[in-house]
Design a protein around this ligand. Structure first.
Ligand SMILES: C[S@@+](CC[C@H](N)C(=O)[O-])C[C@H]1O[C@@H](n2cnc3c(N)ncnc32)[C@H](O)[C@@H]1O
Length: 337
């Protein structure tokens, strides 16, 4: 096999991804779009109160869509959920209203470090405990104890195997003011959230994970991991947000009950080694990006391409299809294609 994973998928035959690649390459050549994206970045980095409120409502609607497709929010009993990267609180507000007995624990970056404000409605706050902390710097992410000022224990409420539902929506902020902030925090966030979710979810519980681009090696291997650990994995591209972008939500149901559910401890250990490399590895010991091959303990790239490509295509198809349609529409509205 040659080229990127996207090339291999297209060679295999996937008109949805082929169309997306074609639309993208036409559209991105336009310089005038740079201004539009600079404006969008400014908005997301500087979410002021009015915008924060609108954004909160849209996040609530996204969670409603995710639940509509996957039924991941238990309607019976008194479920406990963990919400990583939880501010402003739109996802939590949906869950707390959907089930009046649900309680949640949330963690989000402190505002003074550039994180977003907490905006959960007052009447729901008694059922949600928020902690302001950096979810990439908890001791339990490490495979062994590391004495370093950057690390601290996770909140005690994050007990192992105790949550019915774990939401992972931490998103790298360009406004992070930490001395340790680095470009590869994007990868550190991804791996940290996955480790914390697998440690915290109860057997049979669910994980909702915000991911991007199923045709990227890192994303494809994480999807495969969720697939083998869980009873079912559903990929959802909401119609209320991020339509033109590669972002989608993977929902793993029945975590720990999949074909390789019993291998969860080994998988967590493999991810912890990667976290250590992304945090303290690299030439200067300040961390580095993840290489796709480091996730070979989940599945080797060649095996993914030869034996599981049809599975990956079936997961990715609806996502590429929706993104291509919206991107095409959006480019046309800007007079680009
Ligand atoms: C897309 S928003 C999450 C929205 C949330 N799901 C909701 O429904 O309101 C991403 C969040 O991740 C948080 N975040 C980014 N980096 C973080 C980190 N290292 N630790 C904790 N939170 C982080 C941001 O402050 C932001 O609130």
């Amino acid at each position: 096999m040659y080229g990127t994973l996207a090339d291999v998928i297209i060679q295999r035959g996937c008109p949805e991804l082929e169309r997306l690649v074609a639309v993208r390459s036409k559209g991105w050549k336009e310089e005038k779009l740079d201004q539009t994206f600079a404006r969008q970045r400014h908005v997301s980095d500087n979410a002021e109160d009015k915008r924060n409120r609108d954004w909160y409502k849209r996040l609530n609607a996204v969670m409603e869509e995710i639940d509509g497709y996957s039924l991941c929010v238990p309607v019976m009993g008194s479920p406990k959920f963990l919400d990583l990267g939880c501010c402003p609180g739109g996802f939590a507000s949906y869950i707390l209203q959907r089930n009046r007995l649900a309680t949640g624990v949330g963690v989000s970056l402190p505002v003074e470090r550039g994180g977003h404000k907490f905006g959960l409605q007052e009447r729901l706050r008694s059922r949600f405990q928020i902690h302001f902390a950096d979810i990439t710097s908890f001791q339990q992410l490490s495979p062994f104890f590391i004495d370093h000022p950057r690390l601290s224990p996770a909140p005690p409420q994050m007990r192992p195997a105790s949550f019915d539902l774990v939401l992972l929506d931490g998103h790298q902020l360009r406004t992070d003011t930490s001395d340790y902030a680095a470009p590869w925090d994007m990868d550190r966030l991804l791996i940290s959230q996955l480790i914390l979710a697998l440690q915290s979810v109860r057997t049979g519980g669910s994980i909702v994970f915000t991911l991007a681009h199923p045709e990227r090696i890192l994303t494809a291997k994480i999807l495969y991991l969720l697939h083998v650990l869980s009873g079912d994995v559903i990929a959802i591209k909401p119609r209320t947000m991020h339509m033109t972008r590669g972002i989608f939500y993977a929902v793993a149901l029945g975590v720990g009950k999949g074909a390789k559910g019993r291998q969860m401890p080994e998988m967590i250990r493999g991810l912890q080694d990667i976290w250590a490399a992304t945090t303290f590895g690299g030439e200067e010991g300040k961390g580095r990006f993840i290489e796709g091959s480091e996730l070979d303990f989940i599945i080797a790239t060649e095996e993914l391409e030869t034996s599981h490509l049809d599975w990956l295509i079936s997961v990715g198809q609806p996502i590429w299809d929706v993104q291509a349609q919206w991107l095409d529409k959006w480019f046309r509205s800007k007079g680009v294609v």
